[in-house]
Ligand binder design. Structure first.
Ligand SMILES: [Zn+2]
Length: 148
């Protein structure tokens, strides 16, 4: 076969694929992440020869293709949104760990006790170590007894 024929064939296949993908979901951030998971498992499998990893890899590839060719685009979109939310929370959490904010949080937990107003649910911060105290809710004016 000469080059022209190959190009023609390639164009034909590309067109077929394009038509096949009409109305289908395609790729998104979640699928990109799954591809990385797939590559990670591939690496693990170099060192660990276990059937579980093989099946895990197969499962990941099935999910990738299933999502890519799915016609239920709204459901796939929702999944991607959930993934993006989770990713956002994880990166925010990682930022907090790196900045040492968790140490401040821990100090605060040690110094203060958080009460929840039984009447309106408002959170109230009271310094620890004062025994039984009367807690006043500033939001609804309710008073209750709390142990600090
Ligand atoms: Zn209240």
């Amino acid at each position: 076969m000469n080059n022209g024929k190959w190009n023609q064939l390639l164009t034909q296949w590309r067109e077929k694929f394009r038509r096949f993908m009409v109305g289908r979901y395609g790729s998104d951030e979640l699928n990109q992440c799954l591809v990385w998971v797939f590559i990670a498992i591939l690496f693990v499998r170099i060192f660990i020869h276990s059937g579980i990893w093989y099946w895990l890899e197969m499962a990941v590839i099935v999910v990738i293709y299933y999502r890519m060719f799915s016609k239920n685009t709204s459901q796939r979109f929702k999944e991607n949104q959930r993934y993006l939310n989770l990713r956002f929370r994880v990166t925010e959490w990682a930022k907090g760990v790196r900045s040492g904010k968790w140490k401040e949080d821990l100090e605060e937990v040690k110094k203060y006790k958080i009460f929840k107003c039984p009447n309106c649910g408002q959170k109230i911060r009271i310094p620890r170590g004062h025994g039984k105290v009367s807690v006043h809710c500033r939001k609804c004016g309710h008073d209750f007894i709390g142990r600090t």
